[in-house]
Ligand binder design. Structure first.
Ligand code: DQA
Length: 146
């Protein structure tokens, strides 16, 4: 299977951004790690990151040619109806990941408008959440094929 690992706004700053919330690993390290895990599990992982809502929407559209998406929408999770509609429109399993425990933070982070159209949701597990997300999306892909 082919899986898109998609990261939204400000996640390019991982490593230096608020390490108490997000740890010290960089996005490049996370991407390499998930690609290595993907190779072990027989999946090709393509990586993309954007700070722009419309570009993220277009990445989700392009995922129609793939089998699944693991994505961290960043703050767009909390209010981007456009991103939600894009995920709903493509018939591709999607697992949402948040590095931090959004429920232990400000109230505005407790809502995800995108999560209801995803197959799974992971928060507060640190960068390991991306590994869990990959395993989860591969299980969903497997289910669909069965
Ligand atoms: C985040 C949580 C969001 O609330 C925040 O806006 C982010 C990162 C996370 O991975 O924990 O940009 O998605």
């Amino acid at each position: 299977p082919r899986v898109l690992l998609l990261n939204g706004p400000n996640l390019n700053l991982l490593g230096s951004r608020d390490p108490r919330q997000y740890g010290s690993v960089t996005l490049a390290e996370i991407e390499r790690h998930v690609q290595t895990l993907g190779a072990e599990l027989g999946a090709a992982v393509e990586c993309a990151q954007s700070n722009h809502e419309g570009e993220l929407v277009e990445h989700v559209h392009r995922a129609r040619e793939l089998d699944g998406v693991v994505y961290n929408p960043g703050a767009f999770a909390h209010y981007s109806i456009a991103l939600r509609d894009a995920i709903e429109a493509v018939d591709v399993p999607c697992v949402e990941v948040h590095i931090s425990n959004v429920y232990a933070r400000e109230a505005f982070r407790h809502t995800s408008v995108t999560a209801p159209v995803c197959q799974g949701y992971i928060a507060g597990c640190g960068p390991v959440g991306y590994d869990l997300g990959l395993r989860a999306v591969l299980a969903r892909i497997e289910e669909r094929r069965a």
